[in-house]
Design a protein. Structure first.
Length: 322
C-alpha cells in the first residue's frame, strides 16, 4: 500500500484537524449533487479550479476545487523560511496546503463574525469519483490528462488533480462560496474598503500574503490559499525581518492594485490610501498590526493542551524513525 496523507475524518468533521480555526462541511456527509455550469477561474491558477455550480438543485454558488500538493513541495516552497523542520511531515499539509489555509482563514472569519471581510464561504465538499471525471471532461485545458483516485495508476503528479502516491484514494476537496458579481472592477466605494478590510484581517491573525488584483472581486478577497492564520508555526518560527519583508510584499500588491484602478479611471488617484503608500515607501517599520499578535488562545477550551500541541509540533521529526 502506498504512503498516505492523513485520511479525512469519517463522518466528516471541520477541517483541518489541527489546533485552531476550521471550516465545517457544507452538508452532513460532505457530498452533494453538483451541476457544473461555467468555468470562473483563471487559466494559470496553480492551486485550484473554480466553477459556477448548482448544488442539490437549488441555488448557484462558486465552487473552488483544490489540486493536491506533495508534502515535499509544501515544505520546500511554502515553508522554506522556517528556522527548523516541523515535528511531523503531515503538519506541512495541515498548515501550508492551500485547501487547509483557506479553511483556517474562513474558520477564523466565522469565529469572529467577520465574514463580510471576504466573499463568504459556506463549507467544504468532497467530490465523488464520477464528479471528478465529469469535470475533467468539461475542462479543455486538461482534458488529455488522466483523472484517477489511484485505484490502478501510478500516481506521480502527472494527472488532472496532481495526485501523488501519498494522495492515494483521497477525494478532491472543495469550498462552497457565494457567487460574486461578474463586474470586472470594484466601485469607488468598494475599492475604498480594501485597505481597511486588510488591516482588520491582520488584526484577526490572518496574514493573507497574496493580495494582487486577481484575488479581489467587488473589492472583497476571494482567495486565502496562501494565507497563514494564527496560530501558525510560520509566524512563530520565521525571523521578524523576514515577516516584515513578506508583509511589505503583501501591502505592495494591494497598492499596485490601487494604482491599476486609478490608471483605469475606476477610482480617483486621491483615494489611494496615503498610509498604505507610506508603509510601502520605507515605513514598514511603523506598521504595528502584525497578525502574530492575535490572541488565538481566547478560543481555546483548554489552553494548556493547545499550547502543548503547538510546542510539540515544533520538535524536529526524525526522518530515520520507523
Amino acid at each position: 500500500m502506498p504512503p498516505h496523507q492523513a485520511p479525512l475524518p469519517s463522518p466528516p468533521a471541520p477541517l483541518p484537524g489541527v489546533t485552531g480555526p476550521k471550516l465545517a462541511p457544507f452538508t452532513p456527509t460532505a457530498h452533494a449533487d453538483i451541476e457544473f455550469i461555467e468555468f470562473l477561474g483563471r487559466e494559470n491558477d496553480k492551486d485550484s479550479l473554480v466553477w459556477k455550480v448548482e448544488i442539490n438543485g437549488a441555488g448557484s454558488f462558486a465552487l473552488k476545487m483544490f489540486y493536491f500538493r506533495h508534502r515535499d513541495f509544501l515544505s520546500d516552497n511554502q515553508a522554506m523560511d522556517l528556522l527548523r523542520p516541523l515535528a511531523d511531515p503531515q503538519l506541512y499539509v495541515d498548515y501550508f496546503d492551500p485547501f487547509n489555509c483557506e479553511c483556517r482563514a474562513y474558520g477564523r472569519l466565522k469565529e469572529e463574525n467577520c465574514e463580510d471581510l471576504a466573499i463568504k464561504a459556506h463549507g467544504y465538499l468532497l467530490l465523488t469519483p464520477q464528479q471528478e471525471a465529469d469535470l475533467a471532461q468539461k475542462s479543455e485545458r486538461y482534458s488529455t490528462l488522466p483523472c484517477s483516485l489511484g485505484d490502478t495508476d501510478t500516481l506521480d503528479g502527472e494527472n488532472f488533480w496532481g495526485r501523488f502516491e501519498q494522495h492515494y484514494g483521497l477525494p478532491v476537496r472543495a469550498i462552497v462560496k457565494d457567487l460574486a458579481s461578474s463586474a470586472a472592477y470594484p466601485t469607488p466605494t468598494q475599492a475604498q474598503g480594501m485597505w481597511a478590510d486588510l488591516q482588520v484581517l491582520h488584526s484577526l491573525g490572518i496574514f493573507v500574503k497574496d493580495t494582487h488584483g486577481g484575488n479581489y472581486l467587488t473589492g472583497k478577497l476571494v482567495d486565502f490559499s496562501r494565507s497563514w492564520t494564527m496560530h501558525h508555526p510560520a509566524m512563530d518560527q520565521i525571523r521578524f525581518s523576514t515577516i516584515q519583508c513578506l508583509m511589505l510584499k503583501e501591502l505592495q500588491q494591494l497598492l499596485d492594485h490601487y494604482y491599476e484602478l486609478a490608471n483605469l479611471g475606476c477610482i480617483d488617484p486621491a483615494a489611494i490610501p496615503q498610509d498604505l503608500e507610506g508603509f510601502c515607501s520605507g515605513d514598514i517599520d511603523q506598521y504595528k498590526n502584525f497578525p502574530f499578535a492575535y490572541n488565538w488562545l481566547k478560543w481555546s477550551t483548554n489552553a494548556d493542551v493547545d499550547k502543548a500541541y503547538v510546542e510539540q509540533s515544533m520538535f524536529v521529526f526524525d526522518e530515520a524513525a520507523p
